[in-house]
Design a protein around this ligand. Structure first.
Ligand code: AMP
Length: 215
């Protein structure tokens, strides 16, 4: 079964993805993480993605869908995946539904995390991530034990380049313009469950897990 974690930037998709993927027994596929990995490795795709990420814009659909297609063809994706940060445009959701339909697949659940814009701006301003392993923190709500050092791997904990205030505003505008309309398409194709994303990490996690289908 496939599942989608949906919601604006900063709504907590990345925070909850690991436990949701584990509960569903499927791998976590986050397009933003894949682009950041390419960026770090200095690949051509990474260079291309950076030019869009730095402006808070979407990487072109054809590039993103090709990337997802090759990820879905890997052996561990055969039983479905948890999408995080994808689909993010109407073209992407239409491509995904077509890809799944051609293979007898479907989306079993879409978890739509609801968080107001004002809270998002505040959350992202404090968001920090480890350059080594990608673990996420929050400067105030969930800091690492030692400032700037990852609890998990000892790597540098920094603010993401695209979490600066101006780029965040662009990302929110991009979400409203290009990503929000995806929800209507998903509602026509899969069970979509709205979940209140405001509150502590554990409280939201419990709400998310409560709406997951039981295997
Ligand atoms: P995220 O980590 O999901 O917030 O993604 C960071 C950035 O990567 C986004 O602002 C986009 O520039 C790019 N990106 C991630 N996922 C997608 C996608 N599905 N389509 C297009 N661009 C994406």
């Amino acid at each position: 079964m496939n599942a989608v974690l949906f919601g604006p930037p900063g709504s907590g998709k990345g925070t909850h993805a690991k436990s949701v993927a584990a509960a569903l027994g499927i791998p976590h596929v986050a397009t933003g993480d894949i682009f950041r990995r390419h960026l770090k490795e200095g690949t051509e795709l990474g260079q291309l993605a950076r030019s869009y990420m730095d402006k808070g814009q979407l990487v072109p659909d054809s590039v993103t869908c090709d990337l997802v297609a090759s990820r879905l063809e890997e052996a561990d994706a055969g039983g479905g995946v948890l999408f995080d940060g994808f689909p993010r445009s109407v073209a992407q959701v239409e491509w995904l539904l077509g890809w799944l339909a051609a293979r007898g697949g479907s989306i079993g659940v879409v978890v739509n995390l609801l968080v107001p814009d004002a809270e998002i701006v505040q959350r992202i301003a404090g968001r920090r991530a480890c350059l080594g392993c990608g673990a996420t923190y929050h400067a105030r709500a969930n800091p690492p034990a030692q400032a700037g050092r990852c609890d998990r791997c000892g790597g540098d904990v920094v603010q993401r380049a695209d979490d600066g205030e101006d780029i965040v505003r662009e990302r929110l505008a991009t979400y409203a313009r290009e990503t929000a309309p995806v929800l209507a398409v998903l509602r026509g194709a899969a069970p979509v469950v709205d979940v209140d994303g405001v509150g502590g990490i554990e409280a939201v996690q419990a709400r998310v897990h409560a709406v997951l289908p039981r295997g």
